[in-house]
Design a protein. Structure first.
Length: 104
């Protein structure tokens, strides 16, 4: 049977860089979803009593508030920290074992 010259070979026509972009998008999306689902478990750890301050002329009187409040900035650090750990874990650790050969 003779060989045909009109066969499409994806590895020759598809740019290799786009596979890296697709992999990056999948890893970052997965990391954000996992971090979003795990983040509520840390809400109890970032609760603290804030300060209530009143300014009287030149003096400021501050006291600890009665109601605890959640620190949203700390939750943001935890969220992006988990995303970074998953991202670094994939690219520094797991990727070389999962993708031993090139795609296509």
């Amino acid at each position: 049977m003779p060989a045909r010259n009109n066969i499409h070979v994806p590895s020759e026509s598809w740019p290799f860089f786009s596979w890296s972009v697709i992999e990056f998008a999948i890893v970052i999306a997965l990391a954000i979803v996992v971090s979003w689902q795990v983040n509520p478990f840390f809400e109890d750890y970032v609760v603290m009593n804030g300060w209530e301050c009143e300014q009287e002329s030149q003096e400021t009187n501050c006291s600890i508030s009665d109601e605890p409040e959640m620190q949203q900035t700390m939750l943001n650090w935890i969220f992006w920290g988990i995303v970074g750990i998953i991202f670094a874990g994939w690219y520094l650790g797991a990727r070389r074992f999962v993708l031993k050969r090139t795609i296509l």
